[in-house]
Ligand binder design. Structure first.
Ligand SMILES: Nc1ncnc2c1ncn2[C@@H]1O[C@H](COP(=O)(O)OP(=O)(O)OP(=O)(O)O)[C@@H](O)[C@H]1O
Ligand SMILES: [Mg+2]
Length: 186
């Protein structure tokens, strides 16, 4: 086996272990709720992922306005958005666009992250959040993963009293992931 293959293989083993570890650990985390401006989280995530977006010349646009207050654990929801935007970058070819949009519902703010990437088949889409199902494919630049990101997202979103789902739109290219979280009331 050549060195690159060996390195790849041991990384996969490592992420298998990480998968099991994270699964066992995340159950014990308790969210710390406070009033958070979603706008600040988006700025933070965009900055954290700007290099990988730049490598593929992918633009990230957001319509989330300053003063979009939610009642959440800031670290957990930052992790969720970072994972979803990271996936969007990973599964989108060069020169694509990622949109982050929000919608103001009665009790929740819903966030939609859509990309112009490879898309997801329907039969796989509804299984990706299930703990007993493992599915991981390489990104458009052969980026590898552990298949853990979305399961962690679900765990964190649910701890924050929200839901996560995939939006399927016939005839459109790419994928849209969405999740809800409680609004902040005075
Ligand atoms: N935006 C997306 N576009 C297309 N496929 C996606 C997208 N997001 C996730 N997927 C598919 O779902 C799989 C699981 O995603 P998930 O984030 O759970 O794991 P991963 O990205 O493979 O690894 P990890 O996040 O642990 O590094 C991906 O490997 C890919 O096949
Ligand atoms: Mg991922």
């Amino acid at each position: 086996m050549n060195n690159a293959l060996k390195a790849g293989k041991s990384l996969l083993n490592l992420s298998d272990n990480l998968f099991l570890w994270a699964q066992s650990q995340s159950k014990h985390l308790t969210p710390v709720f406070s009033k958070i401006d979603l706008f600040d989280i988006i700025i933070h995530v965009k900055q954290a992922l700007s290099n990988s977006a730049k490598t593929k010349n992918i633009s990230i646009v957001s319509d989330i306005e300053k003063g979009t207050y939610v009642h959440i654990d800031s670290h957990m929801i930052t992790t969720v958005i970072r994972n979803l935007v990271n996936n969007a970058i990973k599964f989108t070819p060069k020169n694509g666009t990622i949109k982050i949009e929000s919608s103001d519902k009665i009790q929740t703010i819903n966030v939609y992250i859509s990309d112009t990437g490879v898309g997801i088949k329907d039969d796989i889409a509804n299984k990706l959040f299930k703990l007993d199902y493992k599915h991981s494919t390489q990104g458009t630049n052969h980026e590898i993963g552990s298949g853990m990101g979305l399961k962690l997202c679900r765990e964190f979103v649910e701890k924050n009293n929200g839901k996560i789902w995939i939006v399927t739109k016939e005839g459109t290219q790419g994928s849209t992931f969405a999740f809800s979280m409680p609004k902040f009331y005075l």
